[in-house]
Design a protein around this ligand. Structure first.
Ligand code: RB5
Length: 157
């Protein structure tokens, strides 16, 4: 598995923590910044990571900002992205099993480094369950890819 990771200035410490976790786990990663301590705009980091996931350059993405909210909103604007904002281990497992999320977002001003590591480890190692969940994810993908209305979705699946 190859992972793209990025943060804004509000998420740099947890980004470093997750990079060290991925090294321990022998997971290949590409670090897309940010560098330095100055204030940056989270879409400039979320969107490049999301594009790499969407075009298949990497398998997954991890994004960290102050709250995780801006990163998740921006990442989810990219077609094919299912980004989950996660601050607990139950959701980390459930969002892989049920939603097949391909990007994890966390907020460094919300949780500490230990919990962030646990969340990332669980999220990186939990497989998608498929089955009934696959049909639900497919509905989102068709709606997004075909730019149809909800009323038209019924005839497509
Ligand atoms: C930056 O101050 C902060 O707004 C950002 O890290 C993030 O929390 C946005 O959602």
């Amino acid at each position: 598995m190859k992972v793209a990771i990025a943060s804004d200035h509000g998420g740099m410490n947890i980004r470093k923590e997750i990079i060290s976790l991925m090294k321990e786990m022998n997971i290949e990663y590409v670090d897309l910044g940010c560098e330095g301590n100055s204030s940056v705009d989270y879409p400039d980091y979320a969107i490049p990571v999301a594009e790499k996931v969407a075009n298949g350059e990497v398998d997954r993405g991890i994004l960290i900002c102050g709250t995780g909210i801006g990163m998740s909103i921006a990442a989810n604007k990219v077609n094919g992205i299912r980004c989950a904002l996660v601050h607990d281990t139950f959701s980390a497992k459930a969002t892989r099993e049920h939603n097949d999320t391909n990007i994890l977002s966390m907020g460094e001003r919300v949780i500490g480094p230990g919990l962030a590591r646990d969340i990332a480890r669980i999220w990186l190692t939990t497989p998608f369950e498929g089955g009934r969940h696959a049909n639900r994810v497919k509905k989102i993908s068709i709606y997004e890819a075909e730019k149809i209305t909800f009323a038209m979705l019924g005839s497509r699946i």
